[in-house]
Design a protein around this ligand. Structure first.
Ligand code: NAP
Length: 516
């Protein structure tokens, strides 16, 4: 019979889940399992295999600080290369044998009496663990647009994150809904295959040239021989990201960058009408800044049209826009993004008193303490939790900081006989009030756009407003004083009696280095 209790259960095996597994192993905390709903590791880099999928953060930075890769073939890694990198990391660190593939966590509830999480899976397993590390990623739930008649479309229709490679595009009339980060990679990659392309744009994006190139074999071999050089390149990208992040604090500064974006647009698009349609009416940075050298040229091709009249409804063979015009299509691609701001848990997760996590957040949207722990949900750590997102630099920096914090907590629980850790609700409230005050002054709030960074109530629940360095510094030590603790005694539960903790017993762990 397979094991049913683990000290730690990790949900997901993308960057975050693999990082958590590696760091637990490093600490000798070996009693863990990773639950993965798919049949391979990789998370978003496994699922987003649409044509042209690539990263818009340089790979020397978009990789683990402890697993540098001198062999990146180009500056901005492709989906395939990043997925291979993650597979290699999983293999090197012996994680494959600790992952239960094709196992989707479907329900979780906290058992206060024993200080344990009960996790059920769709495949019928019933597991328990002391600590739950939630690594399901910020972009795992495709947002299907709520457009009347979508289900009536008789041609092929799929979301960018569920690309159907079996659908031929050659010679077809293809529609793409959306002009976000995914769409601007898809459109140029398929434009020369299709007979006719119609791009439905609701909001124009600010697009900057992508300083991409491939690395020569000589560069790769030099970086392999001199790891300090690879390190220096990473550091340079890190500092560039931190500088841009600082700029986002000042809407005036972002306004001053507008001419650079306009120059790129004007250089690549000569048609005045098309230029006007592609020019955003909000400040750069309010929505994610996109990098591309080939989206604008694709849009200028004769068989491509940009439709900005707004979609009214979809019929069996096309899209009807609000001006009454019908755009006949054979294939419809929904590059319409992900559900991010409103919910975090993809399945019911009942904490203290049986309250479901998403329900407890329903009124104001997700919030956590330091983006990682939530009052009412002891022994649970959310990697890429509320307000940990970035629009300008590597999410791997945030993931490593959060995983370090969670693993410190798990190590303490294990070594010091802690039954449960629950963040103080007042601490969480104060942390979020301060965060929201800062977010209210930034370009995401002041830039004049509507974005998925905000809930329908207008609260920014997704982005981190300061530098990644300050995030890592904040999480460098597990601040146990912010937590309510109950202890295990003599290896047995106290049957609901909280143990008394002398803080002197809870010795601090050494500070960790920054992942920068
Ligand atoms: P996205 O940025 O949210 O873009 C979705 C697009 O669909 C937007 O243009 C949106 O218009 C449009 N849209 C949504 N619903 C619509 C509707 N009902 N009718 C018409 N248009 C609609 O999604 P994404 O492009 O998939 O990117 C999501 C995130 O994934 C990015 O921000 C980024 O974090 C990540 N990503 C990263 C990379 C990378 O290189 N690292 C690449 C791809 C994606 P509005 O703007 O009007 O809402």
């Amino acid at each position: 019979m397979s094991k049913t209790h683990y000290e730690t259960i990790i949900v997901g095996s993308g960057f975050a889940g693999l990082c958590a597994g590696i760091k637990l192993k490093e600490k000798g905390l070996l009693d863990f399992v990773i639950l993965e709903q798919a049949s391979d590791v990789g998370g978003t880099w496994r699922d987003n295999h649409y044509p042209g999928a690539a990263c818009d953060v340089p790979s020397h930075l978009y990789s683990f600080s402890f697993e540098p890769n001198a062999a990146w073939s180009r500056k901005y890694g492709t989906q395939r290369e990043i997925l291979d990198y993650l597979r290699q990391c999983a293999k090197k660190h012996g994680l494959y044998e600790r992952i239960r593939f094709n196992t989707r966590a479907s329900n979780g509830r906290y058992d206060q009496e024993h200080g344990l999480w009960h996790i059920d899976t769709e495949q019928g397993s019933r597991l328990t663990c002391r600590s739950l590390v939630f690594c399901k990623g910020g972009m795992s739930r495709a947002a299907l647009p709520d457009i009347k008649g979508l289900q009536d479309f008789k041609g092929a229709v799929f979301h960018s994150a569920r690309w159907d490679h079996a659908t031929p595009l050659e010679g077809k009339r293809v529609g793409v809904i959306g002009t976000g980060a995914s769409a601007i990679q898809i459109v140029p990659s398929i434009v020369n295959k299709v007979a006719q392309m119609t791009v439905f744009q609701r909001t124009a994006a600010w697009i900057f040239p992508k300083d991409d190139r491939s690395y020569s074999p000589l560069e790769v071999s030099l970086k392999t021989r001199f790891p300090l050089w690879e390190r220096a390149i990473r550091q340079a990208y890190f500092l560039r990201g931190e500088l841009l992040g600082n700029g986002l604090r000042f809407p005036g500064f972002m306004r001053s960058l507008k001419p650079l974006f306009i120059k790129h647009l004007h250089k690549q698009v000569q048609d005045l009408n098309l230029r006007a349609k592609l020019t955003p009416d909000y400040l750069p940075g309010c929505k994610r800044i996109l990098l591309s050298n080939d989206f604008y040229p694709a849009m200028t091709q004769k068989h491509v049209s940009l439709v900005t009249d707004g979609i009214d409804h979809i019929t069996k063979d096309g899209v009807v826009t609000k001006d009454g015009k019908k755009h006949e299509l054979d294939v419809l691609i929904l590059a319409t993004g992900f559900v991010v701001a409103e919910t975090v848990a993809p399945f019911p997760l009942a904490g203290l008193g049986g309250v479901d996590l998403n329900e407890s957040w329903a009124a104001e949207g997700p919030q956590a303490y330091r983006g990682t722990t939530v009052a009412g949900y002891p022994n649970m750590f959310i990697i890429i939790g509320p307000n940990t997102g970035l629009g300008h630099t590597s999410m791997v920096l945030m993931i490593e900081a959060q995983v370090g914090y969670a693993v410190d907590a798990i190590e303490r629980m294990h070594r010091q006989g802690i039954k449960s850790l629950e963040v103080d609700a007042d601490k969480q409230g104060a942390y979020n009030r301060q965060l929201q005050e800062q977010l209210a002054t930034m370009v995401w709030a002041k830039g004049g756009c509507v974005s998925w960074y905000h809930t329908s109530g207008g609260r920014n629940t997704t982005l981190w407003p300061r530098s990644t360095m300050s995030f890592a510094a904040m999480l460098r030590e597990f601040d146990i004083a912010s937590y309510k603790i109950t202890m295990l005694h003599d290896g047995k539960d106290q049957r609901g009696q909280p143990g008394v903790v002398k803080l002197a017993e809870v010795t601090p762990l050494p500070r960790r280095a920054s992942p920068g």
